[in-house]
Structure formats: structure tokens, C-alpha cells
Design a protein around this ligand. Structure first.
Ligand code: SAH
Length: 262
């Protein structure tokens, strides 16, 4: 989902929710990438506590549950997404391990040093990467991990059109080295980072959107908001195709130092 100032805030949230509910994911990613990031974390034991923040309809939440022990609390602002997540978890027999709750990442319902792992794919931008890392730090046990994906520049300079687009949409976008430094400044040991492959954006995100757009437009024929939403997503997809050598999502994985306290 985009955080573009010209787009998402102007839309009817229900319309956005309906559009993105039709997709398994609401942001770029893949099972392979989730697994790769998970390999850098050390979650063990059935009593492990995991939070998936900005979980959307929970594509990655169910996959996380299949590949980790313990309990996952999945949090999203949109009740419609949480309903879908809880339904899918029940259908997959994972409802004892996954609890989807409506909540705000700015006021999370956890205590200090409660969590072994904080997960957040394509969502931390909503609070801002630096603020999210700093505020969520205290919820982790010493030795616990955080794994987030975040839009990042691949190079020091880039064409003006894409620079302008991102500076409007998410001015906190920065280079990979800057993001790693910010993770360290927030108190974490930067454990690993890697760029998400292009298929996470193309096949798994924009191409899937293409398959649902005709039906969505048909259902909302004449609705300017619906048309604008689709035009906007198509614009983002075309920008990605044109400028993918300059930006992308990066998985950043950090460990809370074992001798650290909130
Ligand atoms: N993690 C999912 C969804 C990413 S889209 C995936 O990768 O597919 C970003 C999600 O963040 C959306 O589901 C949106 O509803 C949620 N979100 C936005 N602002 C939020 C907030 N303040 N608190 C919690 N969730 C929020």
C-alpha cells in the first residue's frame, strides 16, 4: 500500500481495504524472503512471543506461524484485514498460535521485554522507520530480534522524477547504509540486511493487482475514488518498472543487545 500524500489519505478507507483485501499481500514480499529473514533471527521454544505489526490480511503471518514456534500477535489498524487474517488462521488450523487484533502501531499493547521477535513487512513507514525502531525497542527481550522491510535508495543519487515521487510519498526513504546506521542508533545490533528481489514487487504485488483491477473497476463503475486508486497503483507500478535500479525494499534485521535494558 502506498503512503503517497496525493493518494492514500484522500481515499475512502473502506475502498482501500476492499481493494487490498482481494490480495494475499498488501505490500511487496515473498515466502522465500520471509524465510530468508527469519533465518537471521533466533526464535526458539513454544513459549516464544512474536508480534507481526501492520500485518494486513496476514499472508506473511500464517507463513511465519508455519516456520516458528510460539505465539504470534498480529496487529493492524484495519478491522477488515484482521477479520480476514483470523478467518484464514482458523481455516489453516493456526488460530491457537495466531491472534489477530485491531490496534495502532503507535500504541502497541505490549509490556517491556515481552517479545522475542518483532516482525513488520512493508508497514513500519506508517510510523516512520526511526520512530518505529526506537519505540518498539523496549518491547523486545534482550537478545530478541526485529525484522522489518523498508523502502531504500540503492545509490547516492537518482533521477529527479523518482526522487520527487518518494520525497512526497515517504521523505524518510534513505540509503541502505543510512538505514543500517539508524538501526544501530536506535539501540540494535544490525544483524543482517538484504534487498528484496524484483519478483516481490512485480509478480507478487503489481501483477497480482492487475488481475483484480478490472473486477474492482467494474464493481465501482463511475466511482472517481475507485478509479483514482487504480490509476495511482498503476502509476506506482510503472515508476517501479522504470526506476527499480534506484530503489527497492530492504529487509533490515537487528538484535537487541543481550545486556540491554529498556
Ligand atoms: N505486512 C503486510 C501488509 C503491509 S501494508 C504485507 O506485507 O502484506 C501496511 C499495513 O499497515 C496495512 O495493512 C495498514 O492497514 C497497516 N497500518 C497502517 N497504519 C497503521 C498503524 N498506525 N497501526 C497499525 N497498522 C497500520
Amino acid at each position: 500500500m502506498s503512503n503517497d500524500n496525493n493518494s492514500i489519505h484522500d481515499f475512502d478507507f473502506n475502498l482501500i481495504c476492499e481493494y487490498f483485501s482481494a490480495l494475499e499481500r498488501q505490500g511487496p514480499g515473498s515466502k522465500e524472503v520471509t524465510l530468508q529473514a527469519l533465518a537471521f533471527t533466533g526464535v526458539r521454544g513454544d513459549d516464544a512471543r512474536i508480534a507481526d505489526i501492520g500485518c494486513g490480511t496476514g499472508g506473511q503471518t500464517l507463513f511465519l506461524a508455519e516456520n516458528t514456534p510460539g505465539q504470534i500477535t498480529a496487529i493492524d489498524l484495519f478491522p477488515g484485514f484482521i477479520d480476514i487474517l483470523n478467518r484464514n488462521a482458523a481455516n489453516a488450523g493456526l488460530n491457537r498460535r495466531i491472534k489477530g487484533v485491531v490496534g495502532n502501531m503507535e500504541s502497541l499493547p505490549f509490556g517491556d521485554e515481552e517479545l522475542d521477535l518483532i516482525w513488520s513487512e512493508g508497514a513500519i513507514y506508517n510510523i516512520g522507520y526511526r520512530r518505529g525502531l526506537r519505540e518498539w525497542f523496549r518491547f523486545l527481550k534482550p537478545g530478541g530480534y526485529i525484522a522489518v522491510t523498508e523502502a531504500s535508495w540503492f545509490t547516492e543519487t537518482r533521477p529527479e522524477e523518482i526522487e520527487k515521487f518518494w520525497n512526497d510519498a515517504y521523505p524518510e526513504i534513505d540509503t541502505i547504509s543510512a538505514k543500517v546506521a539508524q538501526m544501530q542508533e536506535a539501540g540494535f545490533i544490525p544483524a543482517a540486511h538484504f534487498i528484496l528481489p524484483e519478483c516481490c514487487w512485480t509478480e507478487n504485488f503489481y501483477l497480482l493487482q492487475k488481475t483484480i483491477q478490472p473486477e474492482f473497476l467494474k464493481k465501482h463503475a463511475g466511482n472517481k475514488m475507485a478509479e483514482y486508486l487504480v490509476v495511482n497503483e498503476r502509476h506506482e507500478a510503472s515508476l517501479y518498472a522504470q526506476y527499480k535500479n534506484w530503489y527497492g525494499y530492504v529487509f533490515y534485521i537487528g538484535m537487541k543487545p543481550k545486556n540491554s535494558h529498556p
